[in-house]
Design a protein around this ligand. Structure first.
Ligand SMILES: Cc1cc2nc3c(=O)[nH]c(=O)nc-3n(C[C@H](O)[C@H](O)[C@H](O)COP(=O)(O)O)c2cc1C
Length: 227
């Protein structure tokens, strides 16, 4: 079994890991040992949540037929929402075209990846929505689920596993609920295909924090007297 020489005790420095958590969309079909998955999920549940309610649940899809079911709907969602991948995937070498090619690869091969992890959040109205204004189902508790998801992505990277956050399942979420028996009290927030990556992790491309940071007043980039 190929594990890319990664071990469960892999412990790379945090600041290296956090700057290399890229969306890894090209994955091998080699299996991910259950103890690796457990380690990843244990990292997920260390996340904070309001009043420590821990409103997340995981659904791990590894059965080949179930993965194929998911893949078919996922591809259809991209087709109906974006009109498919079009020419851009075939030609062009812009950054966007390269990303689309990777998304297309992920879509075409998703059923071959070892597992697709669904992270669901218990539904909860945000404080600012008054009781009288509540209509339909509450949104899943995104605020708690995303820290959990980021822990999962960090843990995957630490163990040498590739993972990519996806959200297209929202297009067919009703069907998803019915097919997998997910109760209405939960919303599926993300679907994360996980496996051993084909490419290198490499650094992410992000603007520096200094370009996003103000001090004392919005728009003021000068930290002023410090300490
Ligand atoms: C809320 C959210 C939704 C996303 N949805 C998708 C998605 O549906 N499909 C996908 O392939 N990537 C998705 N991504 C991943 C982003 O496209 C990716 O993180 C971004 O382009 C930066 O690329 P990098 O992580 O490789 O640096 C999503 C990320 C976030 C945070």
């Amino acid at each position: 079994m190929t594990q890319n020489n990664n071990t469960l005790s892999a412990n790379p420095p945090f600041f290296d890991v956090v700057s290399q958590v890229r969306a890894m969309r090209r994955l091998k079909s080699d299996p991910v040992p259950l103890e690796f998955l457990r380690k990843v999920l244990e990292a997920g549940v260390q996340a904070p949540s309001g009043q420590n309610t821990q409103p997340w649940k995981f659904l791990v899809i590894h059965d080949p037929d179930e993965k194929a079911w998911f893949r078919e709907r996922y591809a259809n969602a991209i087709e109906t929402r974006f009109g498919g991948f079009g020419q851009i995937a075939e030609d062009g070498d812009s950054k966007f075209a390269r990303q689309i090619k990777a998304v297309k690869y992920q879509c075409d091969h998703m059923h071959e990846f070892p597992l697709i992890l669904l992270v669901a959040g218990e539904r909860d109205w945000p404080f600012k929505v008054a009781e009288k204004d509540r209509v339909g189902l509450a949104p899943p508790n995104y605020g708690a689920v995303y820290p959990c998801v980021q822990n999962i992505l960090l843990a995957c990277r630490s163990l040498g596993l590739g993972a990519a956050l996806t959200t297209m399942h929202q297009v067919f979420e009703d069907e998803l609920h019915a097919h997998f028996g997910i109760p209405d009290t939960y919303g599926v927030v993300v679907a994360i295909p996980i496996g051993w990556p084909m490419g290198n992790f490499g650094p992410v491309t992000r603007k520096p924090a200094a370009e996003k940071t103000f001090f004392n007043k919005w728009g003021n980039t000068d930290p002023g007297e410090w300490g």
